[in-house]
Design a protein around this ligand. Structure first.
Ligand code: COA
Length: 169
């Protein structure tokens, strides 16, 4: 067994369009992880399509959306975003809480160093500052490592999304 790796010096910054290439690299690395654990659901997008996605996300930063990066030795090695979820609308039986959804990914080779936890803490702080009462995130059942981290940070299961493949008649 190797030596435990120390937490590197990590800076956290708002994401910028200048980070686009590295944001795509982080996203494709996270996509590869997901394809490995559940190829029935996930795929690896092209870098060009991922760049469009991330440019839109970065440009949507504002009162309802934040997107941040973690930087080690000048390199973007992780990203995280949070986005306000629209309310359930009039007449809903669900408590009208202000809810936001979190997503994050760390570049392969930089995982398990405490960077994901730092990014989540940063986004939870943003949530509190923006009057958010609950944060949610979607994680695959098969993503056991990620689930362990989220549970340790106080996240609990909230219902179950069921799926079934249906064939054409
Ligand atoms: C899940 C993820 C965001 C966590 O960030 P991280 O920086 O690796 O996590 P931290 O170092 O802050 O916390 C360590 C915990 O993360 C979890 N973890 C998940 N993947 C891990 C990995 N490859 N290596 C080490 N820890 C991992 C473990 O629970 C670990 O805690 P443990 O050592 O007590 O088991 C990151 O590993 C990642 O991007 N994984 C691939 C993509 C992904 O699953 N994204 C999340 C989608 S919901």
């Amino acid at each position: 067994m190797g030596e435990p790796r120390a937490m590197p010096d990590v800076e956290i910054w708002p994401a910028d369009v200048g980070d686009l290439d590295e944001l795509v690299e982080v996203y494709l690395s996270a996509a590869a992880h997901h394809v490995a654990i559940d190829p029935a659901v996930y795929e690896i997008p092209t870098a060009a399509d991922a760049a469009i996605r991330w440019q839109r996300r970065v440009e949507s930063r504002g009162p309802d959306v934040e997107c941040i990066v973690s930087v080690v030795d000048g390199r973007v090695v992780g990203s995280a975003s949070i986005e306000m979820i629209p309310s359930n609308g009039i007449g809903s039986m669900i408590h009208p809480l202000r809810i936001a959804e979190i997503g994050l990914g760390i570049l392969d080779g930089y995982r398990g160093l405490g960077i994901g936890q730092r990014l989540i803490a940063e986004l939870e702080g943003w949530a509190v500052d923006h009057g958010i009462e609950r944060v949610v995130l979607v994680v695959a059942d098969a993503n056991e490592g990620a689930l362990r981290l989220y549970r340790r940070l106080g996240y609990v299961a909230d219902g179950v999304v069921l799926r079934k493949e249906v064939a054409p008649r």
